[in-house]
Design a protein around this ligand. Structure first.
Ligand SMILES: [Zn+2]
Length: 323
């Protein structure tokens, strides 16, 4: 399969996202191209990020290859697609080989990154609290996983389904980060976005946006609850996601090994199950993972035990077991 990837980068000279020239380039596996522009003079720049060579295209083309954000966004996006294919047999975000687009240098000093329903967008950060959002590869894994969720469970973006939506993005972003480095669950740092923090945040002692191992820790820029008794009614999805995040951390570290081998497969099977719906809440998702742990690893009871205990420890016990 050929993964079609294209970067549509928006010139920093524009104050906001604007449509760029339609310069469409088919990219073969292993190639890396970025389309940047048009700039103020109406010139479109095409980068071949690997060789620096010219590639066939329509439109006016000029080579540079100096944009590190474009390189990072492209390389990491390609790696996320590889990760989903190798670990879970998934063919791109939609499982049908969709082209993955990214806009970089979005806005002016924009402090976020997001999946807009059809593509990725990254801000450069304000340079104080945040830096370039392409710097942490788990952030790129997080955003693309919003696309995967959109094409599978389609989780709503409020209340428990919203928090689950955010959580599965943190979980697969973390697994992707570990997979790229071939880390075990014990070697992993379990931090979300450590490399997007700017000097002001670092000076204040923050080391990450969120931490799956310790969601409420003071080193998190956005501390979260890690137990269901502390669930925040009407809370932002990025807050309550700490509860299922911590459940995954507990499951993966109890099971041991590498997160994508067992715990990740259980979470992926739950997310992509026909039973996962937009309204799926924490209890529903916990039940799905308990069931997929049993069906995927019928002889490895350690997997079911790790998953079951993890949810129980964050306050979501198996409803079928009387306590
Ligand atoms: Zn998100």
């Amino acid at each position: 399969m050929t993964v079609l990837l294209q970067l549509q980068a928006v010139s920093k000279h524009y104050g906001a996202l604007k449509a760029v020239d339609n310069v469409n380039v088919a990219v073969d596996d292993g190639e890396a191209l970025a389309v940047i522009g048009p700039n103020g003079a109406g010139k479109t720049t095409l980068f071949n990020l690997i060789t620096g060579d010219a590639a066939a295209t329509t439109g006016r083309v000029e080579f540079d290859g100096s944009d590190m954000t474009a390189r990072r966004a492209f390389d990491t996006t390609h790696a996320v697609i590889d990760f989903y294919r190798e670990c879970f047999g998934r063919n791109s975000v939609d499982d049908a080989g969709m082209t993955v687009m990214s806009s970089i240098h979005y806005g002016v000093r924009y402090d976020n990154a997001f999946w807009n329903g059809s593509q990725m967008t990254y801000g450069d950060g304000d340079g104080r609290v945040f830096t370039d959002f392409t710097r942490s590869d788990d952030v790129i894994g997080h955003e693309l996983t919003h696309g995967v969720t959109q094409f599978t469970a389609g989780l709503d973006y409020s209340d428990e389904p919203g928090a689950l939506n955010e959580s599965v993005s943190d979980v697969f972003g973390a697994i992707f980060h570990q997979w790229r480095r071939k880390q075990t669950v014990a070697q992993a740092d379990w931090l979300v976005g450590p490399d997007v923090l700017g000097p002001v945040a670092v000076e204040k002692g923050y080391t990450c946006l969120r931490d799956l191992a310790a969601p409420g820790s003071r080193h998190c820029l956005s501390p979260q609850p890690s137990h269901y008794r502390d669930y925040l009614p009407q809370g932002d999805p990025h807050e309550n996601s700490g509860i299922p995040n911590h459940a995954f951390y507990l499951a993966a570290t109890t099971i041991g090994g590498q997160a994508w081998e067992k715990a990740g497969k259980v979470w992926y099977a739950a997310l992509t199950s026909d039973k996962a719906q937009p309204s799926t809440n924490f209890g529903d998702f916990a039940s799905l993972t308990r069931a997929t742990a049993k069906s995927l690893f019928p002889r490895d009871t350690n997997v079911y035990r790790g998953v079951d205990e993890a949810w129980t420890r964050v306050g979501i016990p198996d409803p079928d077991i009387a306590v």
